[in-house]
Design a protein around this ligand. Structure first.
Ligand code: 5RP
Length: 239
């Protein structure tokens, strides 16, 4: 089975196991999260999820919800009142303690807002996302305000990382996030403590958020991780 097949297995299983009628549900971003969204859309259309209220973590997710007729709301709306029952999202890397790197799609700021304001949190991924240490292979994104680009890059280098400004595809120049910021992709030369780095990076002036999801500033609940495997099975990992 290829990685898309594994992503679909994990996404469909999580949407079937975890999503219940009446929930305030955060829906993540990316190709694996799309399988969750589509399954939730199908279940909603079949009348299985009455009273569902969704928070979309990106423009991509919002558009997909609109296409599928899934009711979605702002996090500040009276319907959601700043809190969620459950968020399901993808990840770029998952370590043995189920700590994550996220933000490959540049949506880390709102994805983290959803994750840290959800009573429970689940991650869906293919087995290729499992690593022994975070931040050594897949870059950790750091969202910075444009004015902080050089100063923040210097501070991140002092933390032991190499830094690269994320370039846009099919548009000249850098990626501009949905909040008008830039993304610095960083790779560490040696293994780091993800929770400590999550906190330390956010102390750099001009940094808005970073892609470590390790329970640094708040205690991240879970996550429950669904891993689609090459042999067609799905593992559920829980710390
Ligand atoms: C977007 C994310 C995604 O969840 C992450 O990049 C995984 O993406 P995919 O499921 O396409 O591999 O964090 O900001």
């Amino acid at each position: 089975m290829d990685s898309q097949g594994m992503k679909e297995l994990a996404g469909v299983r999580a949407a079937d196991d975890l999503v219940k009628p009446g929930m305030k549900l955060g829906l993540g971003t990316g190709s694996t999260a799309l399988y969750v969204i589509r399954r939730v859309g199908a279940r909603y259309a079949a009348g299985e999820l009455k009273g569902l209220r969704v928070f979309a973590t990106s423009f991509q997710t919002e558009l997909e919800c609109e296409t599928l007729g899934i009711p979605h709301y702002a996090l500040n709306s009276p319907e959601l009142a700043g809190g969620l029952d459950l968020t399901i999202d993808g990840a770029d890397e998952i370590d043995p303690e189920q700590r994550l790197v996220k933000g490959g799609g540049g949506a880390l700021l709102i994805e983290k807002l959803a994750a840290y304001n959800s009573a429970s949190y689940a991650v869906v991924a293919d087995q290729g996302k499992l690593v022994s240490s975070l931040g050594l292979r897949f870059p950790v994104p750091v969202e910075v305000i444009p004015e902080a680009r050089n100063a923040a890059a210097g501070a991140l280098e002092k933390l032991g990382a190499s830094v690269k400004l994320r370039e846009a595809l099919r548009k000249a120049g850098p990626v501009i996030t949905e909040h008008g910021n830039l993304i610095l992709d960083i790779l560490f030369r040696e293994a780091v403590c993800p929770a400590e780095m999550e906190t330390r990076i956010n102390l750099i002036p001009g940094v808005v958020e970073n892609g470590f999801f390790a329970g640094g500033p708040l205690k991240l609940k879970g996550p429950l991780v669904y891993i689609g495997r090459e042999d067609g099975t799905v593992d559920r990992l829980w710390r």
